[in-house]
Ligand binder design. Sequence first.
Ligand code: MD3
Ligand code: FE
Length: 203
Amino acid sequence: GREELAPGALVLRGFARPQAEGLIAEIAEISTRAPFRQMLTPGGQRMSAAMTNCGPLGWISDRHGYRYEPCDPLNGKPWPPMPASFLHLAADAAAAAGFPGFVPDACLINRYEPGTRMSLHQDRDEQDLAAPIVSVSLGLPAVFLFGGLNRSDRSDRLALMHGDVVVWGGPSRLRFHGILPMKEGTHALLGRQRINLTFRKAV
Ligand code: MD3
Ligand code: FE
C-alpha cells in the first residue's frame, strides 16, 4: 500500500520487505567497520539510539554540535561505502513517492532496543532541503510521532513495521518527528532490535 500522511509525506508499506535480509547483511558488514555508538548531544547527554553511517558523508553529534563528516571520528577513516542495494532502494522509493532522481550522499543507521526513543526534532543539517529524506524500518515495530513545522504543533502517531519505507519531502521535509520508547519484543530477523536507515542528501 501507499498512504499519503500529509502533503509530501508518503508511506510505502512493506516496500523493503523483499530485500530485508540483504539489507541486514549489509548493515552487519558496515557495523564491523564503523560500529554502532551512542553519540553525545551538544548538551552532553548520551543519545538513546545507537548510530553509525555509510556513504560519502555521515551525520554525527558531539559537544561541538550536529554536522556531516566524511570520516568516522572513532577511527578517522571514511565511512563505509553505501552499498548499491541501499542506493537503489532509496532512489526507487523516492521515485515511487514522486521524487525522481534522488541520489543520497549519506545514510544514517539508527539502532533501537526496547526502551530506546528519539525525542521530537527536525532534520535541518542538510544543505539541500528540496531533496526528500527516505526512511526504511527493519525489525521490531515502532510508534513514530509526526508533528508540524513548530515544536508545539500537535503530533500524529503512526506504527512503523518491518519493511515499511517513508518518504518525507516537499512541505513535510521540516516537520518535527520522533520515536516513542520502544516496546519489548523479538523479531525473527533482528531479535530485540529495530534498525532504521535514513537516506539524506546532505550537500
Ligand atoms: C520526517 N529517525 O534519524 S525515521 C532521524 O526511526 C530520525 O530512526 C527516526 O528521525 C527513526 O533523524 C525516524 C523517519 C523520518 C526521518 C526523517 C524525517 C521522518 C522525517 C525528516 C523530516 C520529516
Ligand atoms: Fe529525524
